[in-house]
Design a protein around this ligand. Sequence first.
Ligand SMILES: Cc1cc2nc3c(=O)[nH]c(=O)nc-3n(C[C@H](O)[C@H](O)[C@H](O)COP(=O)(O)OP(=O)(O)OC[C@H]3O[C@@H](n4cnc5c(N)ncnc54)[C@H](O)[C@@H]3O)c2cc1C
Length: 434
Amino acid sequence: MPEKSSVDAVVVGAGPAGASAALELARAGRSVILLERGPFPGAKNVYGGVVYGRVLDEVLPGWWEDAPVQRWVTRRSTMMMTPTQALTIDFRTEDWGNAPYNGMTTYRADFDAWLAGKAVDAGAQLVTSTVATELLRDAAGRVVGVRTDRPDGDIRAELVIACDGVNSFLAKQAGLLPQTDAEQHTLGVKETLALPRKTIEERFGLSGDDGADFEILGCTGDISGGGFLYTNRDTVSVGVVLSLTGLAKSGRRPEEVLADLKAHPAIAPYLRGAELKEYSAHLIPEGGYRSMPPLTTDGLLVAGDAAAMCLAAGIWLEGVNFAIGSGLAAGRTAAEAIATGETSRLTGYRKRLEDNFVLTDHKNLQGAAHLVLSERVQQQYPRLLCDFAQEVFTVRNPEPKPGLGKLFRRTAARHGVRLRQLAADAWAGFRIFG
Ligand SMILES: Cc1cc2nc3c(=O)[nH]c(=O)nc-3n(C[C@H](O)[C@H](O)[C@H](O)COP(=O)(O)OP(=O)(O)OC[C@H]3O[C@@H](n4cnc5c(N)ncnc54)[C@H](O)[C@@H]3O)c2cc1C
């Protein structure tokens, strides 16, 4: 890294947000340093495993030709569980197994390195094993670069883009994010388990490069959250997402909750004999639209998880595409601002995000996390639906078959679910997702 370097922009964090921001700046002909604390982009980054690629079409046409894909997701299942039951909505389509593809499973170490490589190809300077430790400001308080942990390693820049992930140190230092905010975060814990490729294909009913994505509700006991199970080529990823406050209250260890999910009768057969390759844990910003910080201050833009742009809305747990979408918007805004010398007024950034899916989706789905994490959706409804399914499928002849309406009302009463409350939640869900 050049000492006391001076560049047009410095982007902190080479995750998907940072790589996309740097790519846009470099393509606009701006000098940009992409700073990463890990030895390479994605070295330690944690997520479940699925990336939806549509956001890449515009910037990297034909991205699927060289993206580091494990499997193309052609099967998506939503599972509702009690400790002994599971009710699954299982969807599969061959369409997603062909270009332009809907989603892929990919390892972060591969994906982040690939995306950052695109920024480097476009002219960005990637500096790894280097931590941004402080924002540099001028006498007027404007952000003018970052200090790093290298000796004499200040980087001066017209603009800084903070893409340093959840709990962004830079956004906190700029006064945009509160210091602590447990209510707005969940903890994701994940295991990567090795199984022979053929075994994965047999167990999940897959062939070739097809892959499966299971999202699970009702699998985290009395802690609000959810679970996931994804297939890679010769590993599977299984994990849970847990409310931080719920976890603290429960006194349970996250790995116990994950062990329970792995032992569930609907999950255990998929994992039998698998060998643990990796255990990891990471925070997730779950607060969504309502907890987003201001997105800019004088000389600084914030993108991706650093700006709480991860979408956790029950059937969707997506952060990578929102990180890419916001990184691109931040990079474009920064390039424009540098070209016009308007680096203080960065209002175009929010406008760009409002005009694309990033803020539109977050705004539309802003009540989703609250609803999905409610006790009723987490505990009562999975139990009700699983029991209802069990009643429907239990054959009791010579007793005559019951009417489904009556059966449902009876099951709801047994679980203490008031139909009026259920209707209110269904209506709330329809308003949020409809
Ligand atoms: C368990 C779990 C499961 C998930 N599942 C999915 C999923 O399946 N699909 C999906 O789309 N999303 C998923 N997410 C969310 C997704 O991981 C994030 O939304 C996404 O990674 C955000 O990208 P980002 O670039 O903003 O931040 P990050 O990916 O966190 O990147 C931040 C980068 O900044 C670097 N950095 C941090 N501080 C500094 C510093 N001071 N100096 C230099 N470098 C720094 C880090 O090393 C890192 O490389 C999941 C998250 C978790 C935890």
